[in-house]
Design a protein around this ligand. Sequence first.
Ligand code: MSP
Length: 514
Amino acid sequence: MERMSTYYITTPIYYVNDVPHIGHAYTTVAADVLARHYRRRGFDVFFLTGTDEHGAKIAEAAAKHGLTPKAYVDGIVERFKEAWRALEISNDFFIRTSDPHHEAGVAAFLQTLFDAGEIYKGVYEGLYCVGCEQFKTEEDLVNGLCPYHNIAPTLYSEENYFFRLSRYQETLLRALTDPADPNHYAVNPPTRLNEVLGKIRLGLSDVSISRASLTWGVPLPFDPTQVAYVWIDALLNYVTAIGYPDDLARFRHYWPADLHLMAKDILWFHAILWPAMLIAGGLRPPKEVFAHGFFTIGGQRMSKTLGNVIAPADLVARFGADAARYLLVTDFPFGTDGDFNLDSLVTRYNAELANDLGNLLNRTVSMVNRFTGGAVPTPGAGQPVDDELKSLATGAFERMDRAFEALDFMAAADAVRDVVTRANRYIEEMAPWQLARTNQDRLATVLYTLVEAERLIAVALWPFMPAASDRMLDQLGLRGQTSTAWGVTAPSTRVSPQPRPLFPRIESGAASPR
Ligand code: MSP
């Protein structure tokens, strides 16, 4: 029997020093849309998300709340899980770096590197940004401050263990630029690849992989007075979650990961440090690392100080989970920086979802009730269906395949929007309310064509809007009819007797954040 292709996709594991916001949701929703798309195409998908729970930043946050790190993170983790439930995230596993299985995996991997001579002891002195959990060079700073966290890094000096990253300059360059290289991996979009290549060409320094002054972490198996550096610990989640090191059969089933998704802020770790660690440990790098852009809100960085942090729950309360998902990932090109503006999201919601899509369904269900007693008619004799609408509807799936392959969520959505636009125009052109008086055969074909096209629209939208897709099919009387082929609607299917707005209009006054 042919083995089903696997598709292993990951989000970053998020820091639990604070509650989730829509920055985290952006990546997680994007990954969920892809996971659903590949599941629907029949892939054996493993979709991983989780939380990054060790390190100085979390220990500091816990201390501020007067809690032990473990008690503190247990509380925040629930908030992440709630947010993902509210957004219909379909992850197959939720990893926590405080899971004993993960901790054991980190220790085992570091022991492997140590035994292979990839780790040595040395002294580190440098400027450390606790926000990033990363050493900074003078060039990384803007006016002496970390540009991501607006805080001055602290001078830090300790005896630590180091990973010989400097050895991997040539190996990584070859792996990135030669598709035939056994360690080949892709970094996308291409501008990010160029940045990564530039950084590697400048030369790589060895990386401190442990902390002596911290206890909230995984003790090094070869020196338990130190704990693993939080990034080393965190990156390893991608392999421990699928069974490394004790269930190697399962691990090999999904590894290498098809896609590590994240924003550009943490690309260095995923595109340079992580592949080098894997190669050093005798494992393959992931197939692709993709860094999307960073977004602002109304032109400003989201920050507690500015008070403009939007929680996933705020977005769900305003738009519903489905529309929130759709609007998030199709508002600006995935891969470039963008800006979210709540007013323009409301405008888009009303135009694309309430009007174009919602009204299309509403009109169709109403017309089937009014003109054919609620039963979808058999296409009329000698009345062919509209070729343009039919080919747009059936062709949408191939267009989506290609768009998702390139992580182009806007193009994937356009493939469906074009069907919606054509279907609305078809209603205007055919004027079924006139055909009801003049041409019953024609009317039957028009109604059948609309129902079948809208069934395909619902099916196509499922990765973006799973619950709305089901609600659409329910109103059409076609729940579960998810084939992507034309002609599945059985004549005499009964549509809902009472069409309900799929996306109730939002008054634009309700747009300001609460
Ligand atoms: N814990 C590390 C990741 C370890 S992965 C092995 C971390 N956590 S984080 O909580 O800071 O999450 C960073 C990620 O959150 C970004 O890479 C991105 O996926 C997402 N985003 C956070 N804010 C965002 C925006 N404003 N815009 C886009 N993505 C955002 O780094």
